[in-house]
Ligand binder design. Structure first.
Ligand code: NAD
Ligand code: MG
Length: 395
């Protein structure tokens, strides 16, 4: 029996995680669930999975959450605030933590789980994009096992040899990692019509159902850029070891190419319950409720090289990866601000990359060596991006 904390339980990954857990009551017990908004959904989840703790990210909602808990007949203790998120991630009773808060807000609770030596199911890629070196160092120090939940990284993990030595491509005969992405909803849209992209169009992914922020990031391919950085840290790869390949069908979730000419791919229907189940059960396999892939239904597998003119955010993220931790933290922070501004109707779709570029250009590089310095760069980049939006781009 594994005891699991689910951070970001009300989100797309969180709901899918509870769905897989609910299929295996004999294997998993929920210790804590957390949510930021959608408190009713959080209480419904608590009714069903009976956790010891329900954590509300925002202290201001504590009273409301307690009222809702008694209304829903929830027995769990209600906790609130950032420290509580860290506590339920690092409590001694917990074996595994699903890190599924979206954005930089997930950094500290995810790191708390890493430092406490938990099995960390990492969906919150932004945490690794921001703190990569310190994150990996903390995992090495505590013995935490990091299991990638992002479908691409989960695929790569499955395609690597079982005895893969972190960063040692030569010893395993690996030529490169092929990181696949669908190219999003605007893969074929004429570039001169990008200024008229509506919020709803950008929020509709052709293959995956996900939270709004990652859906926009998929449309700009910033998501692939963040995943590029994520892959470098997870597998000890350098930027030249990774190639991004557009695969519009989202059936192949990524591949590893070997020096003998072999390419090993992991495939499946686009359903996040596959990587979630893999992370929960590793090294075993469990049923995940996913429709099996039917090859008689697949008429076409295609591949393309991404064009940076169409996806400037992808280039910005790869450049940031080459530059280092300060740049990756800033590009992530600026992008969160720009995506929010787009979703609020303040800027156009193509301004997202322009805001990110202007933010990066406006800030001279400094070296970051601690979480405090990372958080400082995160907040400076947010302030700069907001200033740029107010001054230049606001619709
Ligand atoms: P989502 O928006 O659906 O859910 C986010 C969760 O985080 C919710 O529970 C929300 O209440 C919580 N949250 C939001 N702001 C918070 C804050 N300030 N403090 C604490 N909690 C907060 O997002 P999602 O699509 O489930 O994505 C979650 C993470 O997983 C992201 O990092 C995303 O990049 C990654 N991911 C998602 C998918 C997917 O299919 N959805 C795939 C791969 C990776
Ligand atoms: Mg992904």
């Amino acid at each position: 029996m594994q005891t699991v904390t689910v951070l970001g339980a009300t989100g797309s990954i969180g709901c899918n995680t509870l769905d897989v857990i609910n299929r295996h009551p004999e294997k998993y017990r929920v210790f804590a669930i957390s949510g930021h908004s959608q408190l009713e959904l959080l209480m419904e989840q608590a009714q069903k999975c009976a956790p010891r703790y329900v954590v509300i990210a925002d202290d201001a909602n504590y009273k409301l959450a307690c009222e809702l808990a008694s209304q829903y007949g929830v027995d769990a203790e209600i906790l609130a605030g950032a420290k509580a998120l860290e506590e339920v991630s690092s409590a001694p009773e917990v074996d595994a933590v699903m890190a599924a808060i979206v954005g930089a807000a997930g950094l500290l609770p995810t790191l708390a789980a890493v430092k406490a030596g938990k099995r960390v199911l990492l969906a919150n890629k932004e945490a690794l994009v921001m703190s990569g070196a310190l994150f990996i160092e903390a995992a090495n120090h505590s013995g935490a096992q990091i299991l990638p939940i992002d479908s691409e990284h989960n695929a790569i993990f499955q395609c690597l040899p079982h005895d893969y030595e972190y960063g040692n491509f030569t010893a395993s005969g690996i030529r490169k990692i092929l990181l696949t992405g669908s190219g999003g909803p605007f893969r074929e849209r004429p570039l001169d019509s990008f200024s008229s992209i509506a919020i709803d169009e950008a929020c509709t992914h052709p293959n995956w159902s996900m939270g709004r922020k990652i859906t926009i990031d998929s449309a700009t391919m910033m998501n692939k850029g963040l995943e590029f950085i994520e892959a470098c840290w997870l597998f000890g790869a350098s930027a030249s070891d990774i190639e991004v390949v557009i695969h519009p069908q989202s059936i192949i979730h990524s591949m590893v190419q070997y020096i003998d000419g072999s390419v090993i791919a992991q495939m499946g229907n686009p359903d996040m319950r596959t990587p979630i189940a893999y992370g929960l059960a590793h090294p075993e396999r469990i049923e995940a409720g996913v429709t099996p892939l039917d090859f008689s239904d697949i008429s076409n597998f295609s591949f393309q090289t991404p064009c940076f003119e169409r996806y400037p955010n992808l280039k910005l993220a790869i450049d940031a990866c080459n530059e280092g931790q300060c740049a990756t933290t800033r590009v992530n922070a600026s992008n969160e601000v720009a995506v929010e501004a787009f979703l609020a109707g303040k800027i156009q779709f193509c301004d997202i990359a322009k805001v990110n570029e202007a933010t990066l250009n406006a800030m001279p590089y400094v070296s970051v060596n601690s979480i405090a310095q990372i958080l400082e760069q995160d907040s400076l980049a947010r302030a700069k991006a907001n200033e740029i939006i107010r001054g230049k781009f606001q619709c």
